[in-house]
Design a binder for this molecule. Structure first.
Ligand code: ADP
Ligand code: MG
Length: 548
């Protein structure tokens, strides 16, 4: 298909562009970060191609990004020698939105009074930010695939775009922005230099402006910890996580055995899954001797650590490993083991040195650790000491760990007890706590259904069974009253008791499987007991909801 085509943007793209073009932004300069990051992605992909011995067009072109400005014409051009795009790829990549999270982003953006486009890159729509500053965007591109022709994509961002054939192009992509009248500043070399320093300093390819390299190309993770400043770490974090704030936690470590590893891992400030942005993609990139093998490396960390951002560099990974073999290679399995172990140990240390800070982390990211504890049999016992719960002995809103629970536990208590309820008030008003209050025993409060899956899956902690207080057998120690066997006045015995139980069973029919005399109640007349040993009541409710 060699002719010129005019094509409509997908509806979601139109919607997004409408917002991008017609709103006012204070931080428009982030468009440059997005375009440079796309150029860097395309260069990484190309570099990977050449390493894996695939033939490419123009094999001798240096891998770099070039920026040109023209202050008279008010144009800004960003070129790269990366993968380029074919005609079909242009349509797919610059005419539609593929990623699932982008819809949520779009909706939030449409509703927000103060539009913040800073997150645009995280939702797979960074390219369109060009229209914040450009009245027209031209993309000249030629794919690295031998035999592919060059193409030109042009749009003013309103409704449609055109694609045409373009001759005389070398491999890669050139994006020409015809700047809006009020965006002339972005044709000034000083402005561009400042923005690149700010957002794109760590792009691992030279960024060249007027014949000069303006970024610091360096792999911070292989440098000595003592020589790196907090600012450098933060700047690097912003670059790799596409973030605009500081990391919450940072772990930089190297190991020689069992594998040679340099790793720099970060925990962000926010868990975006909490805001309905869909499932977070893996955030750690895999390198071998400073060459990126995979940007969002699957399998490098277990799924439940997908909120972790960073880089891992290991000399032991063969550089020409293919993505397919990488996912299930034994080597990656060993890497995962080292990284996961080290990261969990790090969290344990953080919880000790600054429990309040860890508590804040737990509020936002605890759900991921719970996911691991409930589903990952390899790590559930390692995650257990990191779990936090409210309890009958914690202040409202404060947490206890299983270890704290064990420390406080009286000697005659056999198990660790917990009970599920939506809030502290609901649990404390219910009948399940009575027997424990009477004995001054601590009960963990689980507020979310997943908690019960976690504790049931763990089954025990440091040789103590985890028992839900709605189970029939609680193994509670005798109270003073039990020992004295003083006998309650008016207590039903023998036939009287039997008749009452039979009457109640008959009245309730199939709603209950059995009516029993209870020894656990203090003030309440009756309590529902869960006869299913495998599942707590809250788990049963979840399963029922799933079956509907
Ligand atoms: P994301 O980068 O998160 O995928 P973008 O909106 O920034 O989202 O870019 C969309 C897609 O367009 C990219 O995934 C890529 O396939 C393609 N693309 C953008 N810029 C370039 C470029 N300079 N070279 C090659 N492909 C590009
Ligand atoms: Mg992008």
């Amino acid at each position: 298909n060699k002719q010129q085509q005019t094509l409509e943007f997908q509806a979601e793209v139109k919607q997004l562009l409408d917002i991008v073009i017609n709103s006012l932004y204070t931080d428009r300069e982030i468009f440059l970060r997005e375009l440079v990051s796309n150029a860097a992605d395309a260069l990484e992909k190309l570099r990977y191609r050449t390493i894996t011995d695939k033939e490419v067009t123009d094999p001798n072109l240096p891998l770099e990004i070039t920026i040109e400005v023209n202050e008279q014409d008010k144009t800004l051009t960003i070129s790269d020698t990366g993968t380029g795009m074919t005609r079909d790829e242009l349509v797919d990549n610059l005419g539609t939105i593929a990623r699932s999270g982008s819809k949520a982003f779009l909706q939030q953006l449409a509703e927000a009074e103060q539009k913040d486009l800073n997150l645009i890159g995280q939702f797979g729509v960074g390219f369109y930010s060009a229209f914040m500053v450009a009245k027209r965007v031209r993309v000249l591109t030629r794919s690295f695939v031998p035999g592919e022709e060059g193409c030109e994509w042009v749009s003013d961002g309103v409704g449609s775009y055109t694609i045409d054939q373009a001759t005389g192009l070398t491999r890669g992509t050139k994006i020409i922005l015809e700047l809006k009248d009020d965006a002339g500043e972005f044709a000034s070399p000083d402005t561009i230099k400042r923005i690149i320093k700010r957002y794109s300093n760590f792009v691992p390819f030279p960024i060249i402006l007027a014949g000069e390299k303006i970024n610091t190309v360096q792999a911070i993770w292989v440098r000595n910890k003592n020589e790196i400043t907090d600012e450098e770490y933060t700047e690097f974090y912003k670059f790799i996580a596409n973030a605009y704030d500081e990391p919450y936690y940072r772990l930089h470590f190297s190991a020689d055995a069992p594998l040679a590893i340099n790793a720099l891992l970060f925990v962000p400030q926010e868990n975006l899954e909490r805001y309905g942005f869909g499932k977070t993609e893996p955030g750690v990139a895999l390198y071998c001797r400073k060459v990126m093998l995979q940007q969002k490396a699957e399998g490098l960390l277990p799924e439940w650590l997908r909120f972790v951002k960073g880089v891992v560099d290991s000399e032991d990974i063969p550089i020409n490993i293919s993505r397919e073999t990488m996912q299930d290679s034994a080597l990656v399995g060993r890497l995962r083991k080292v990284l996961t172990g080290r990261f969990l140990k790090f969290l344990g240390e953080q919880a000790k040195t600054d429990p309040d800070k860890y508590g804040e982390f737990w509020k936002k990211f605890g759900i991921f650790l719970k996911e691991g504890a409930a589903s990952d049999f390899i790590y559930s016992q390692d995650i257990a000491p990191l779990l936090r719960f409210e309890s009958s002995k914690s202040e409202p809103g404060k947490y206890v760990s299983l270890d704290e629970y064990l420390e406080r536990m009286p000697e005659n208590q056999k198990h660790i007890y917990y009970i599920n309820g939506p809030t502290r008030e609901v649990i404390e008003a219910g009948p399940y706590l009575e027997a424990f209050k009477l004995r001054d025993m601590e009960v963990l409060y689980t507020h979310e259904p997943v908690d019960d899956f976690v504790l049931t899956n763990l089954a025990q902690y440091k040789e103590k069974k985890l028992v839900s207080a709605d189970q029939p057998e609680l193994d509670l120690p005798d109270t003073q009253a039990d020992l004295a066997d003083s006998g309650d006045a008016g207590k039903l015995e023998g036939l009287e008791l039997k008749n009452l139980l039979a009457f109640m069973k008959q009245a309730l029919g199939d709603k209950v499987s059995e009516v029993r005399e209870s020894k656990r109640l203090v003030d309440s007349p009756a309590v529902l007991i869960n006869m299913d040993e495998g599942m707590t009541s809250s788990m049963q409710r979840v399963m029922q909801a799933l079956q509907k």
